[in-house]
Design a protein around this ligand. Structure first.
Ligand code: NAG
Ligand code: NAG
Ligand code: NAG
Ligand code: NAG
Length: 408
């Protein structure tokens, strides 16, 4: 009862503040309850597995951040996907940690693409303020020249030349000519390890969040998670964002009511419904879509799921933390199932997936049909072999087993 009253008072108290600003009370709650350590924000180099990693090669102007007070979008790509950076940041408006795979001759156009974003793009102020860029490449396939960031940044981009990342085909990449796999999980881990904040949204660069998500999430966390010791201390909880696709000729919905009307008119559909229904549906998708939400200002948990039984193939994207299990760096994009080991570990560790009601991700416009030629059968077989043999045994040793948790 007291908790309920307290919550009512807090809600009334918070109501008039600008929804993009985060309230002092929220910050105090987070600071007192989140056990994290601020990081030094600087550039560094290291060798990790068979790769050189240039962490924070380009630093964001935001500088050092308190670890509890923000959420970092962590992601990976090659330079062909850098067209997503500005539309993503325009909606996210919070730190971005981006790991780019740039082996050999892909390094130079990668650098030119970043310089274009920082110097020429109309949204360059967002990129400078919010984006930290990490570059990585195989130790055996070094670029000819790796300038220091200072030297690289002092170069003047030619803003009237064609956009360096536009219209690049996969076959144009050095990586494709060398038949290299895309080390997706190296990228995911590099980006997440470099996050200055405890909370992260580990996502794919083409998935754009609904606007205002970060301040709403921090408010939600301090009001709904922190006061519940069962949520905070028993088993870990992460917060899932449902994913949608929209037609290429429509604008991206900003609010859930906008999304709902687009779903009803067929301008939007749940993500990859045609390609892999079970991977993205999760429990109660239709109920979520049809729910009429009275409280459109605040985030709440709509329903929860476990990644087991009927949902063992579910690949949710969620706001979690830097302490969630890492991705297995031996698995590549081409081999598929690259998130399965993390998912298995989370099942064993009894994670609960709380699905948020008023926030979502939208894929870069254009409804996708999977091109089968992008998959590589020999890589898939290799992954299968690795998974069924070594990796499964390792996971059992590291995390144990639990009925209902499967590696698929
Ligand atoms: C910049 O690019 C434009 C268009 O490709 C070209 O005409 C111009 O010479 C370039 N300028 C410099 C300084 O390279
Ligand atoms: C998160 O950090 C960015 C960059 O400093 C800042 O613009 C934004 O307001 C911060 N968000 C919150 C909720 O404080
Ligand atoms: C978008 O394209 C579809 C067909 O591809 C068409 O039916 C629809 O009218 C278009 N919508 C707008 C807003 O142009
Ligand atoms: C697993 O999490 C659920 C909450 O989703 C909890 O009720 C249950 O006790 C936990 N099980 C173990 C073994 O910790």
């Amino acid at each position: 009862m007291y908790r309920f009253l307290f919550r009512m008072i807090v809600i009334v108290f918070l109501a008039p503040v600008d929804s993009n600003k985060i309230h002092k009370w929220t910050l105090k709650q987070l600071e007192a309850n989140i056990n994290c350590q601020d990081k030094v924000y600087k550039s560094s180099e290291r060798v990790s597995r068979d790769y050189w990693v240039l962490e924070n090669y380009i630093l964001a102007d935001h500088g050092p951040l308190p670890c509890y007070a923000n959420v970092t979008y962590t992601t990976h790509s090659d330079y062909r996907y850098l067209d997503n950076v500005v539309p993503l940041l325009d909606r996210w408006r919070s730190p971005l940690s981006l790991a780019i795979y740039a082996p050999g001759e892909d390094f130079e156009p990668t650098l030119r693409s970043i310089l274009y974003l920082l110097q020429c793009h109309p949204g360059r102020h967002l990129v400078r303020e919010l984006a930290s860029f990490h570059l990585f490449f195989d130790v055996l396939l070094m670029p000819k020249v790796v300038p220091t960031a200072k030297v690289a940044l002092s170069r003047q981009a030619n803003c009237s030349a064609p956009v360096p990342y536009a219209n690049v085909r996969k076959m144009d990449l050095y990586r494709s000519r060398m038949k290299l796999n895309y080390p997706v999980n190296m990228g995911r881990n590099i980006a997440r390890d470099a996050s200055l904040t405890y909370f992260v949204l580990a996502s794919d660069i083409e998935l754009y969040p609904s606007p205002g998500l970060v301040p709403a999430y921090l408010r939600f966390f301090s009001l709904s998670v922190i006061p519940n010791p069962e949520l905070l201390y028993t088993s870990p909880v992460v917060h899932v964002l449902r994913i949608f696709e929209v037609m290429s000729n429509v604008s991206i919905p900003n609010t859930k009511p906008e999304l709902q009307s687009m779903l009803y008119s067929g301008k939007a559909v749940p993500f990859h419904l045609k390609i892999c229904d079970v991977c993205h549906t999760g429990p109660k998708l239709m109920e979520w879509i049809n729910a009429v939400d009275m409280d459109t200002e605040n985030l709440n948990v709509f329903n929860e799921g476990k990644r087991m039984w009927d949902y063992e193939l579910w690949e949710p994207v969620f706001i979690g933390t830097i302490r969630d299990p890492p991705y297995d760096e031996r698995l590549s994009w081409e081999g598929q199932r690259d998130k399965m080991t993390q998912a298995y570990a989370m099942c064993i560790l009894n994670y609960t997936f709380h699905i948020l009601d008023n926030a979502f991700l939208v894929h870069k416009p254009g409804i996708k049909h999977l091109k089968w030629d992008e998959l590589d059968d020999t890589q898939i077989e290799k992954t299968d072999g690795l998974m069924n043999g070594r990796i499964f045994k390792e996971l059992e040793i590291t995390y144990g087993t639990r009925s209902g948790c499967l590696i698929l």
